[in-house]
Design a protein around this ligand. Structure first.
Ligand code: RDL
Ligand code: RDL
Length: 155
C-alpha cells in the first residue's frame, strides 16, 4: 500500500465528522488505507495525530467540536498549538477541521457547516498527501472557505 491517511475524531462532537471524512477520503483516493482514532475531546487530538503519524500515516485530518464557553475556546487554542507542534515535529500535514458551536444560530446550519468543512478539508488532505506541494496552487488566491461559501478573489 502506498498511502495511509489518519482520521482523528472525538466523542464530544455532535456530528459524526470522522465517518464523513473517511467516506470522502475513500472516494478521492480509493487505493489508500485509512486509520481512525477516536478520543474523548479536542485536547486529546494532538497525541492521537502524533500516534497516527508514528504508526505510518502520511497525513492526518483531525475533527474537533468546540463548545460555546470561554473555557472551550481556551481549550481549542491549546489544541491548535498542539496540532501545529505535531506538524512541525513530524513534518507531516495535520489538517485541523474545527467546528465552533457558536458559528451558527441553529443546529441545522451547524450541521451543514460541519459536513461541508469536513468534506472540503478531506479533499485538501488527499491533494496535499498524494499530489504534493503544488496540488493546491491552481486554487491559490481564490478566497476558498470551508464551511461557508467562498469569499472569492479580489483581482
Ligand atoms: O483529556 C480529557 C479532556 O480534558 C479533553 O477531552 C478535553 O478536550 C475536553 N474538553 C474540555 O475540557 C473543554 O473545556 C473539550 C472542550 N472543552 C470542547 O469544547 N471540545 C472538546 N473537548 O472536544
Ligand atoms: O488545517 C486546516 C485549517 O484548519 C487551516 O487551514 C486553517 O488555517 C484554516 N483557517 C481557519 O480555520 C480559521 O478559523 C483559516 C482562517 N481562519 C483564516 O482566517 N485564514 C486562513 N485560514 O488562511
Amino acid at each position: 500500500k502506498e498511502r495511509v491517511y489518519g482520521v482523528a475524531d472525538t466523542t464530544f462532537s455532535r456530528v459524526n465528522m470522522g465517518e464523513i471524512a473517511i467516506n470522502t477520503i475513500r472516494r478521492e483516493d480509493p487505493e489508500a488505507d485509512i486509520v481512525r482514532y477516536t478520543v474523548p475531546g479536542i485536547k486529546d487530538l494532538p497525541v492521537a495525530a502524533k500516534r497516527l503519524i508514528d504508526s505510518g500515516c502520511n497525513g492526518v485530518i483531525t475533527l474537533g467540536w468546540v463548545g460555546k464557553t470561554q473555557l472551550d475556546k481556551y481549550s481549542y487554542l491549546a489544541t491548535s498549538i498542539g496540532l501545529i507542534t505535531v506538524q512541525i515535529m513530524t513534518s507531516t500535514h495535520v489538517i485541523d477541521v474545527t467546528v465552533h458551536e457558536d458559528e451558527a444560530e441553529d443546529e441545522e446550519s451547524l450541521k451543514e457547516i460541519a459536513i461541508d468543512r469536513t468534506r472540503k478539508h478531506s479533499v485538501n488532505l488527499v491533494r496535499l498527501v498524494r499530489d504534493g506541494k503544488n496540488a493546491l496552487t491552481g486554487m491559490a488566491g481564490k478566497g476558498l472557505r470551508q464551511g461557508y461559501r467562498n469569499a472569492g478573489q479580489l483581482d
